[in-house]
Design a protein around this ligand. Structure first.
Ligand code: CA
Length: 418
């Protein structure tokens, strides 16, 4: 089916993230519904369990009544892609059962504002990369040496670490300012207390859609078979805890207290039309990391800070296309030693900064370690995140009149517990 010029019989706002070209997957709960698989169009969710009562997909509808998308994803791309294309067909064909059967329509469509979106997948393992050259250069310049900002390995492999899956929360949550050890520069010994430098990291993450066995390696050429889709990701970070703890093994308690993900998984197939060129990789990478074709994606990413009872302030506009290492390379590197991956594993991009200061993806970079505070529209200043601030990440692709978006990734920082 050629979906390029397709339109829906539903009236969809041109600025909606959930156009007929998107058709993402998520899990919702609502009145009398504990958890079900759904998709989205415009302001609606589409209840796939209800829809399958009409046998439109010819699959066992129990897969749509699970707490997570893992079982649905496990059906494999030939099936899940077919479900997505069937939805596009049902939403565009004016003679479809969904358009003509009012009782079915009323059971299937629910206003997004009237349901709760849940964590979309059961996350087995979580990995975080460090793949934006502008971000790595900024951090290296600030904390090490402006002349040698990048470590010697950085352009040869996508640096990453194994993170914590248990504290990844779906958009709309809040958490308390974490506590831990910090060592002030002028102090001889560490102190214990709430972090003073709570930061955000603007990231995306991809979700594994096809497992491998131990010993197997994924190549850059077949990586897309293993990537189900993407979400927005905020990797909250406590910079003072991080500075004291991270040598020699990397981040630990500075990162594992909370991360926020957006609820809709936008499929890789929906993102394909927005592929674009990436940075030229120089020096040339080793053969297992080489790839052909356009592997970056043009995803506009905005970050907003909203104080308690205040209005939103846009603090950053970046783009996924600034990634130096692509998802395909990250996955090839992750598995080149035979490390197996499982459905639902989540792999985050690392902070996505662009070349200009308004494109920096963390407060650390935006305020240059607190030396250039941001002034908000209420006149107050921020060096890092204050108690009761809400951070909202939004992301979307747009080409000609086609828009495919992620919705929102929202988290609120509460004061530390006593
Ligand atoms: Ca990170």
């Amino acid at each position: 089916m050629n979906t390029k010029n397709i339109t829906s019989w539903l009236n969809i706002d041109a600025n909606s993230d959930f156009s007929i070209h998107n058709i993402p997957f998520g899990i919702y709960s609502g009145k009398q519904v504990k958890h079900r698989v759904c998709s989205a169009i415009g302001d609606y969710i589409i209840d796939l369990f209800e829809l399958e009562s009409a046998d439109v997909f010819d699959i066992n509808r129990s897969v749509f009544e699970q707490e997570f998308l893992n079982d649905f994803i496990a059906l494999g791309k030939p099936i899940t892609n077919k479900v997505r294309l069937k939805l596009i067909e049902l939403l565009s064909d004016t003679t479809s059962i969904l358009k003509t059967n009012t009782a079915l329509f009323n059971r299937v469509f629910k206003k997004q504002s009237e349901v709760n979106m849940l964590l979309p997948v059961k996350i087995g393992d979580y990995t975080d990369f460090y793949s934006s050259i502008d971000h790595a250069t900024n951090i290296g310049t600030m904390i090490r040496d402006p002349k040698n900002a990048l470590m010697p390995n950085w352009k040869h492999l996508p640096v990453g670490y194994h993170g914590r899956a248990s504290s990844i929360c779906v958009s709309g949550h809040s958490f308390h300012r974490p506590k831990g050890q910090q060592k002030p520069a002028d102090a001889e010994l560490p102190v214990f207390g709430a972090t003073k430098l709570l930061d955000i990291e603007l990231e995306t993450a991809f979700i594994i859609g096809k497992a491998t066995q131990m010993g197997d390696s994924i190549t850059t050429a077949n990586a897309n078979e293993h990537i189900f889709g993407m979400v927005l990701f905020n990797d909250w970070s406590a910079r003072d805890i991080q500075t004291w703890e991270y040598i020699p093994l990397g981040p630990f308690l500075a990162k594992n207290f909370a991360s926020t993900v957006s609820p809709w998984i936008v499929t890789l197939e929906a993102l394909e039309p927005f592929r674009t060129e990436g940075y030229v990789q120089d020096p040339k990478v080793l053969p297992y990391l080489q790839y052909s074709g356009q592997k970056n994606i043009d995803i506009k990413l905005d970050v907003f800070l909203k104080p308690q009872n205040g209005s939103e302030n846009k603090i950053c506009s970046s783009n996924y296309k600034y990634m130096y290492w692509t998802m395909e390379q990250q996955l090839a590197h992750h598995t080149v030693n035979g490390c197996n991956v499982n459905i639902g594993d989540m792999m985050a991009s690392g902070t996505i900064s662009g070349p200009s200061p308004s494109e920096y993806g963390s407060m650390m970079e935006l305020t240059w370690r607190g030396t250039k505070p941001i002034t908000l529209n209420d006149g107050t200043e921020r060096k890092f995140v204050n108690d009761n601030d809400t951070i909202i990440i939004r992301g979307y692709c747009q080409k000609n009149n086609v828009r495919v978006g992620f919705g929102e990734c929202v988290g609120t920082l509460l004061p530390a517990t006593i």
